[in-house]
Design a protein around this ligand. Structure first.
Ligand SMILES: [Mg+2]
Length: 370
C-alpha cells in the first residue's frame, strides 16, 4: 500500500501500520431472538423480540471482534446471515482496516447495488473489524477514534409504545426512577387529539422536568403530517421524528420549514451519499443515522462529518453499544438513543441512568458476553 492511500480519515497512521499486520481470517455467524424486555408497538408494526445476527470475526493471530445486526423481521435473519458470509469472502485475507474494507466491498458489489440487506452485511463486518482493532490495540474504540468523552447524553427509547395512556405513564415513571427524564414517545394514534392528550398527561403526571421527543415511524400521510406537526408545535417537544415516509426528503424539507419543533430523521438513510442529499435538501433540523443501515461505523462517521459541515447535530439510532463510541468521537454529537433491546442477550449490557450512558473501559466496543 502506498503512502497516499494510507491517509485514512478516522485512525492515525501508526494505528494503520499496526492494523496492516492483522489479517482477517474467519467469521462465525449466529442468530438469536431474545425477547424485548417490553414489547414495542409503533405506527409501523409491533416488535416483541429482537431478531439479531451475531457476528464474530477472527484474525490469523486469533484476535476476535464482534458485532450484531438487528432485523425488524425474524424470517429475514437467514438471508442477512448469508449476505454477511458472502461479503466476508471478499475481505478474507485482507488486513483489518475497516475504512479500506468497506470501500472495497462497495466496489466489489457495485453491480448488485448497495442498499438493504447487503449494506447491513457490510456494516456487520465493518463494526466487527473496528471492535477487533480495539481489542488488538487494547483500547476502547472511542479512544482509537480520538474521542475523550466516555459519558454521553442519552434518552430513553425502550418503550412508550402506542397504547393506553396508563401503560405509557407507568413506563415513563419507571424511566424516571432511573433518573431518565428524557424519553421518546411513539405516536401514530388514530387522532391527533389522542396524541396531544397522551403528551399533556405525561407532563401533568411526571412534571415539567421531563423532556419528550416523539416518533411517528413514518406513519403519517403528507397531509396528516402538516396538520399534526403544527398542532404539536405548542408542546415544547425536543423533536418530531420521521412523520412521513423516509424517502420523501423534499416533502420533509417543506415540513421542516413549516414546523417550529425540530424535525428528526436519518435512520433510513443508506449511505453518506444519501445523508448528503438529505442535508442538501435541508430535510430535517437534526440527523440520526443508523450505524447498520448507513453501512457501518465508517459510513456513520463519514455521514456525521458531512452533517458537521452544515452545523447539524447528530444522534444515534439503536445499537447503543457501538453508537456511544461513535458519538464520543464527533464534534456535533447530540443524543444517544438508548434502547434495552439487547439487555437479555449480552451480559454486561450497560443501561442509561440520569440521561447518560457511560462507556466502560473494555477494549473495542465492549460487547460483553458475546
Ligand atoms: Mg425512529
Amino acid at each position: 500500500m502506498d503512502a497516499a492511500s494510507r491517509k485514512l480519515e478516522f485512525i492515525s497512521e501508526d494505528v494503520v501500520d499496526y492494523a496492516l499486520q492483522i489479517i482477517l481470517d474467519e467469521i462465525t455467524i449466529e442468530t438469536a431472538t431474545p425477547k424485548l424486555p417490553s414489547p414495542l408497538q409503533t405506527a409501523s408494526g409491533l416488535l416483541e423480540t429482537a431478531s439479531l445476527v451475531l457476528i464474530s470475526v477472527r484474525s490469523r493471530c486469533g484476535i476476535e471482534g464482534h458485532s450484531y445486526l438487528f432485523s425488524p423481521n425474524e424470517a429475514l435473519l437467514p438471508a442477512i446471515a448469508q449476505s454477511i458470509s458472502v461479503a466476508f469472502e471478499e475481505v478474507k485475507g485482507r488486513s483489518c482496516l475497516p475504512e479500506l474494507n468497506t470501500d472495497h466491498l462497495l466496489k466489489k458489489f457495485k453491480l448488485f447495488g448497495g442498499t438493504g440487506i447487503l449494506t447491513m452485511a457490510f456494516a456487520a463486518i465493518d463494526m466487527a473489524s473496528w471492535d477487533l482493532l480495539g481489542v488488538a490495540l487494547k483500547k476502547p474504540l472511542y479512544q482509537i477514534l480520538g474521542g475523550t468523552e466516555k459519558i454521553l447524553a442519552s434518552y430513553e427509547s425502550s418503550g412508550l409504545s402506542i397504547g393506553h395512556s396508563s401503560q405509557v405513564i407507568a413506563q415513563a415513571e419507571e424511566f424516571l426512577l432511573a433518573g431518565n427524564s428524557r424519553m421518546k414517545v411513539r405516536l401514530g394514534y388514530e387522532t391527533v387529539e389522542q396524541e396531544i392528550s397522551i403528551l399533556t398527561t405525561l407532563r401533568n403526571e411526571l412534571g415539567n422536568q421531563i423532556e419528550l421527543m416523539v416518533d411517528y415511524n413514518q406513519g403519517l400521510s403528507v397531509d396528516q403530517a402538516f396538520e399534526r406537526c403544527s398542532l404539536l408545535d405548542e408542546l415544547g417537544l425536543v423533536w418530531i421524528e420521521e412523520p412521513i415516509a423516509a424517502d420523501l426528503l423534499e416533502v420533509a424539507a417543506d415540513l421542516t420549514i413549516k414546523t417550529k419543533t425540530p424535525i428528526q430523521l436519518g435512520e433510513n438513510l443508506w449511505s453518506p451519499v444519501e445523508a448528503q442529499r438529505a442535508l442538501d435538501l435541508h430535510s430535517s433540523n437534526y440527523l440520526m443515522p443508523d450505524v447498520a443501515k448507513i453501512g457501518g461505523a465508517t459510513q456513520w462517521l463519514r455521514s456525521a462529518k458531512l452533517a458537521a459541515k452544515r452545523g447539524i447535530k447528530v444522534s444515534s439510532h439503536l445499537y447503543p453499544e457501538i453508537s456511544a463510541h461513535l458519538l464520543s468521537s464527533i464534534e456535533n454529537a447530540h443524543y444517544l438513543e438508548y434502547a434495552d433491546w439487547t439487555k437479555l442477550q449480552f451480559a454486561g449490557h450497560i443501561s442509561s441512568q440520569n440521561n447518560q450512558l457511560c462507556i466502560d473501559d473494555a477494549w473495542g466496543v465492549g460487547l460483553h458476553g458475546f
